[in-house]
Design a protein around this ligand. Structure first.
Ligand code: SF4
Length: 421
């Protein structure tokens, strides 16, 4: 008799002692926004090697019955989620129920995870595999020596000490690149910001969860920025320096200093990509930077509908018109324009959101959309954002936006200008 193999999907749950268990007897569920749904094998990718599993304190796992209703999982289990490496886009949230009074979760991109036919699988899409950012290139044994070389070459430069902490303690890839003098180097510039994002990774203003990085506490001078840029860009494999890092506020708030630094870096390195990661708040400053030699911008946005944008960014003194103007200015001057789309299942995949994003990309002349999973407590974000219509799913949204934006690249990482524009 022919044996028919039936794939088995099991729930991944946690014990309070920190161990992970697989549970039979339940239909696995995930969430798109608040909407509970059964996990389909078509949503799943094998869990990447550098992903981690996280127990979610104060959250219980939910399963689903055949009518689509939530089923409480019996026992003293904690919900478990996958946290994915960059280059992967989360498509579904974990199916969780928050205990009354549960504390906000730390800033990670919690992703549905199940065991399917013997393998751990996550609800995700692979979006980019640009060689510069492969984990194997990082945490090299010679990093401390590379840091010491920069300290000796640039004595008294506060940016070197700041980036040494980022590279050695926080394991920031861009800071490590700066010392190895290859790929994209980091030029964090600003301790201040003109927004207060719910998911800001350098400052959580209400202190409910720790920010994963410490916001820089000094404002580097143009001399300090130029010295570090020059040190990096004279490396054999260096191609790019970037203002606007995860350890700072908003680089555009440094106006005159940034303009001067950019002008001097461009004089020293005519072929380099000089890039800024920004919230897109100050088009008049961006225009001065472009005149000084900036040739690439990545603008971050969660949404191009005002209500969602404002509740997430809590911007001070700017709006979406400024964000779009920043992209359009760079495009008009022939530089590279990337959109860092902070995605969230149940928000990004709402039809009105997809259309607004596509329209903004047209207006900005976007070359590449970078699909990032927003790192934030999923229930807290949904509490704060306005109610939205049901989404079509992240996979469908990814495909729809590709159709609406012919000729636009979709990935996860910024390329040097010569390779991208
Ligand atoms: S714009 Fe950037 S630095 Fe400013 S609050 Fe938002 S995430 Fe933080």
């Amino acid at each position: 008799m022919e044996h028919i193999h039936t794939p088995v999907m099991r729930l991944v749950v946690g014990r309070p002692d920190g161990s992970i268990e697989l549970l039979n007897g339940y239909r696995a569920a995930a969430r798109n926004g608040r909407r509970l749904m059964a996990v389909s094998p078509a949503e799943l990718l094998p869990l990447p090697d550098s992903a981690t599993l996280a127990q979610l304190p104060g959250r219980r796992p939910l399963a689903i019955d055949s009518s689509g209703a939530g089923v409480e999982v019996e026992g003293d289990w904690l919900a478990v989620a996958a946290v994915l490496p960059v280059g992967h886009l989360r498509t579904l949230l974990p199916a969780t129920v928050r205990d009354p009074g549960a504390r906000r979760l730390p800033l990670f991109g919690y992703t549905a995870v199940v065991e399917h036919d013997g393998d751990l699988m996550c609800a995700a899409l692979g979006t980019d595999s640009f060689d510069w950012w492969r984990p194997a290139h990082y945490a090299r044994a010679d990093l401390p020596m590379a840091v010491d070389a920069a300290r000796q070459a640039l004595p008294g430069n506060r940016l070197v000490e700041h980036l040494a902490t980022c590279a050695l303690e926080n394991r920031c890839y861009t800071a490590q690149n700066t010392f190895h003098r290859r790929y994209e180097g980091a030029l964090p510039a600003s301790p201040a910001c003109n927004a207060d994002c719910l998911g800001c990774i350098s400052l959580q203003t209400d202190g409910e969860v720790p920010a994963p990085q410490d916001r820089m506490r000094f404002a580097p001078t143009a001399d300090e920025l130029v010295e570090v840029a020059d040190w990096h860009l004279t490396g054999d494999d260096a191609a790019m320096v970037s203002f606007g890092q995860g350890c700072e506020g908003e680089a555009l708030t440094r106006d005159d200093t940034l303009v001067e630094a950019t002008r001097r870096i461009r004089e020293l390195h005519p072929g380099a990509t000089i890039h800024i990661n920004t919230n897109g708040s100050k088009p008049h400053i961006l225009e001065r930077l472009i005149d000084a030699g900036l040739n690439s911008v990545r603008i971050s946005a969660i949404s191009f509908s005002d209500a969602v944008f404002r509740r997430y960014y809590r911007p001070i003194g700017y709006g979406l018109d400024d964000v779009v103007a920043c992209g359009a200015l760079m495009r008009a001057h022939g530089g590279q324009v990337c959109l860092n789309l902070l995605t969230f299942p149940g928000v990004t995949d709402v039809v009105e959101e997809i259309e607004a994003t596509a329209a903004a990309c047209h207006s900005m002349g976007v070359h590449q959309v970078q699909w990032r999973s927003l790192n934030v407590d999923h229930d807290w974000l949904l509490d704060v954002l306005p109610e939205l219509p049901t989404g079509i799913g992240m996979r469908a949204a990814h495909s729809r936006l590709r159709d609406l934006l012919p000729g636009v690249a979709h990935g996860n990482f910024t390329r040097p200008v010569a390779a991208a524009v």
